[in-house]
Design a protein. Structure first.
Length: 114
């Protein structure tokens, strides 16, 4: 089971930016497809972005062009750069493998509000 720790969330105004980071404790990180997920209040958790072992990325339509996922295999970290944030991006953000394992980190709260 991969141990995960997210950080970097906060409160920003619409149009602002945040950079999330996730540290993964696993010896086989570089072989894993990693993803960022989010869960808004009252909603199901949804997949936001993925990056595979080769660096290929995919994004949900709702964040395409605004979010960028990246990874550093030497540090076992995956990041999510979020620009042009909207109120509907407000959620708790989690990282995990894709498909996700059973264990989740504590997540990091992102709040976009004026």
């Amino acid at each position: 089971q991969v141990q995960l720790a997210e950080s970097g969330g906060g409160s920003v105004q619409p149009g602002g930016s945040l950079r999330l980071s996730c540290a993964a404790r696993t010896s086989i990180f570089r072989f894993k497809t990693m993803g960022w997920f989010r869960q808004a209040p009252g909603a199901q958790r949804e997949l936001v972005a993925t990056i595979n072992s080769g660096g290929s990325t995919n994004y949900a339509d709702s964040v395409k062009g605004r979010f960028t996922i990246s990874r550093d295999n030497a540090k076992n970290t995956v990041a999510l750069q979020m620009n042009s944030l909207k109120p509907e991006d407000t959620a708790v953000y989690y990282c995990n493998t894709d498909p996700p394992g059973r264990g989740w980190g504590q997540g990091t709260q992102v709040t976009v509000s004026s």
